[in-house]
Design a protein around this ligand. Sequence first.
Ligand SMILES: Nc1ncnc2c1ncn2[C@@H]1O[C@H](COP(=O)(O)OP(=O)(O)OP(=O)(O)O)[C@@H](O)[C@H]1O
Length: 422
Amino acid sequence: MTWTELLSNLSTNPYFGAGFGLFGVGASAAILRKGLQGASILFRRHLMITLEVPCRDKSYQWLLKWITVKGAKKTQHLSVETSFLQNDNGQVKTSYHFIPSIGKHVFRYKNNWIQVERTREQQTLDIQMGVPWESVTLTAFGNNKQIYFDILEEARQLALEATEGKTLMYTAMGSEWRPFGHPRRRRPTTSVVLDLGISEKIIADCNDFISNSLWYTNRGIPYRRGYLLYGPPGCGKSSFITALAGELEYGICLLNLSERGLTDDRLNHLLNVAPEQTIILLEDIDAAFVSRESTLQQKSAYDGLNRITFSGLLNCLDGVASTEARIVFMTTNYIDRLDPALIRPGRIDLKEYIGYCSQYQLEEMFKNFFGENETLKSVEFAQKLIASSRAVSPAQVQGFFMKHKSSSPQHVVNCCQSIWEN
Ligand SMILES: Nc1ncnc2c1ncn2[C@@H]1O[C@H](COP(=O)(O)OP(=O)(O)OP(=O)(O)O)[C@@H](O)[C@H]1O
């Protein structure tokens, strides 16, 4: 009899089979410990201890990966998960992760044989995600619950290592936040050149906010801070927020307010369950309500059912409460289109204009691209562009440098007026 068969027989045997099942296991070991303590009397009478982790739980994916790393050699049944990884040169490579397939597997951990059963309910769909309901159940001999704390902690550490030095992006799926795309390599804030002092001012404000939770608690002020970056397209609003998240070691929860199906209730829920250490980013905040009016002309089956209201948004922003620092960033190209109620202090605490290039920015971008010792040419380049009195965005400058990346710095200075061509 194989170990799989033995364990399988034991767990279905009416005498031995009433294993300990734990549902809704959270990422936090404290919650887990509580749950296990509550049920500890149950498993002492039995020979088996089981742990069930449903697919909705945060630790589900971590656990599958960990089982594969630790125990895949013991199993012949694998399924593949394809992902894309960005290396240090910015190249994206395809990578394949094998995870235990649906069915039973066995692996050895700290001198214990553990059965893994991954099940998928064909009849039950996860309504939020639209995917079949899955769970993983670990079964071990004995009553040593510590083994599961150790496994979950190792799985969490493994997941953390994989995202070290990277910025995680989340997107809203149903009423949950799910990691989206591959974790991005952190972009240094110095690579996004804003006008003199702006970057430092925002970073200092965020750090001050994050490190002063007691100040807020003592005064009964909700522990949240709102930022608005406004200005023309291509001047670095989104890039700066991404770099800032990296600097703070935060992830980003990206929310599109114009999205169909986003109701006031859902928005409220999402803002309150955003993962810890994340910035909530509401981009092009003005478009949410403009597009709503224009789409009202084109009646569809969704009309009236699935849109947030302006007052709903205000209530949601006011209601964002957290013991963790909650940072909300909004961006817009048209600050004059925003209702003053949306950007009043308390909702937006710091507004910053991120505009076209100043002389300082042009010089810094030139040096960032062609080398720190090109100071004289960087000044000449900046002066020529400023003298022409035409606005130029950092995105235009970046595109121009890319076009001339093999040219000499002097050539780039000489032909800089062609930056407005195309
Ligand atoms: N200040 C900057 N310094 C360096 N690169 C920049 C800067 N601003 C923009 N870029 C580059 O230009 C591109 C577009 O920038 P980004 O999307 O951040 O602009 P944005 O202000 O958010 O635009 P939009 O308002 O259209 O969303 C990016 O590739 C970014 O690297």
